[in-house]
Write a protein that binds this ligand. Structure first.
Ligand SMILES: Nc1ncnc2c1ncn2[C@@H]1O[C@H](COP(=O)(O)OP(=O)(O)OP(=O)(O)O)[C@@H](O)[C@H]1O
Ligand SMILES: [Mg+2]
Length: 360
């Protein structure tokens, strides 16, 4: 009796589960975690594939199909929670800047953020939602380092609207780069003095967040991704989008040899790897010529045969594929083999699922 009451009390006071919903152009992923005394347990996990061209360059072109896909995903995954953390990304709608500002309190900055941010944000300040985080004192006296995040309001509206229309309740809007960081903090120990690049390569986008001793010092989104590989295969073997996607997943397609696919993919990797190396060059230029020590690789492209190894060789950096459930209790009811196979796809969704209303 006493125990029962205790349990229900904990339930009532416990923070509500939130669905981490990562709406990508190729896959929508949903993850629900249950937090208990600092440990996390996997409650729900679902992935659904979108037809091509529903979301292009981060814009939802066909919201009806996207809404239906979310509804289906929620129902197939037996998700009962309603609250959602979603994310947006892309250099044309998200700006993350690390700046030095005169020292002030959080409340003071809250009042002045619009004015302070104006000079750093290349968008009309009226068109963006602003958020900030005070990182600590700057090198210069009486100054402090602040992370400013600006996201175009119309982008937020676009994504919030489809989530609402799917019958869910969006409570937090995050950005992919920070979701990756949350996933990392959940599963990895901070490596002092090391620069760890969290790299997420989806179908149409690369998100990079470089952590120095566990603190984010560089973020960048690029509009390049696995679609490049699909297109290269389509051209090389004159096959449809569907067949090219099959080839990427090592399924056979009549008239195309596995060996030739391997060669074509390895050539096509170049554009993606060049883009990542370019970001690392920017990082080097904005720091004191610091190098990236390790890449934690997420996103569907991490699953493409040979890619991780190729990236490691060509970028000259150790690459490890992300393990978003390394530190998560996974009940027996989940198929461990399947989970292992898809886990790099859900890094962002896991990071989103960790957010709770009121945290920072
Ligand atoms: N098993 C696999 N083998 C090879 N490639 C795969 C595999 N699974 C997914 N991919 C590729 O990964 C990409 C999709 O990855 P992901 O789901 O991370 O993208 P997304 O989040 O939907 O896209 P966006 O870039 O718009 O955020 C596609 O290019 C797809 O072909
Ligand atoms: Mg994505």
């Amino acid at each position: 009796m006493h125990d029962d009451r205790g349990a229900s009390k904990i339930m009532l006071l416990g923070k509500k589960d939130i669905i981490g919903l990562d709406i990508g152009s190729k896959h929508i992923k949903a993850v629900q975690l249950r937090e208990n005394k600092g440990s996390h347990r996997l409650e729900r996990l679902g992935i659904t594939t979108l037809q091509p061209e529903l979301i292009v360059d981060g814009s939802i072109l066909d919201s009806t199909h996207v809404v239906n896909a979310i509804k289906e995903l929620v129902s197939n995954t037996d998700i009962k929670a309603k609250d959602v953390t979603l994310s947006v990304s892309g250099h044309s709608s998200v700006i993350i800047k690390r700046v030095s500002l005169p020292q002030m309190t959080e409340d003071e900055l809250d009042e002045q953020i619009q004015f302070e941010a104006e000079q750093y944000i290349p968008f009309d300040i009226e068109d963006v939602s602003l958020d900030f985080q005070i990182l600590g004192p700057a090198e210069e006296e009486n100054m402090m380092d602040v992370l400013i995040v600006a996201v175009k309001k119309d982008k937020i509206n676009e994504y919030v609207t489809v989530v609402r229309e799917a019958g869910l309740n969006p409570v937090i809007v995050d950005v992919d780069a920070f979701a990756l960081e949350n996933m990392y903090e959940l599963n990895y120990d901070v490596k002092e003095g090391e620069n760890i690049a969290l790299v997420n390569i989806g179908a149409s986008m690369i998100n990079i967040n470089i952590l120095k001793g566990g603190i984010s010092v560089f973020t960048r989104d690029s509009s390049v991704g696995g679609n490049l590989l699909t297109e290269a295969l389509q051209k090389e073997f004159t096959v449809s989008y569907t067949n090219a996607e099959k080839l990427k997943q090592k399924e056979s397609v009549e008239g195309v040899s596995e060996e030739n696919v391997k060669v074509a993919l390895n050539t096509a990797f170049e554009d993606i790897i060049t883009e990542i190396s370019r970001s690392f060059d920017y990082f080097r230029d904005t720091t004191n010529y610091e190098n990236v020590d390790e890449i934690i690789l997420s996103g569907g492209v991490a699953l493409t045969n040979d890619f991780a190894q190729s990236l490691s060789e060509r970028a000259g950096v150790n690459v490890n594929v992300a393990e978003p459930f390394k530190n998560v209790n996974v009940p027996e009811t989940f198929d461990k083999e399947y989970l292992k196979k898809v886990s790099p796809l859900v890094s962002v969704a896991v990071g989103l699922a960790m957010r709770r209303v009121g945290d920072k």
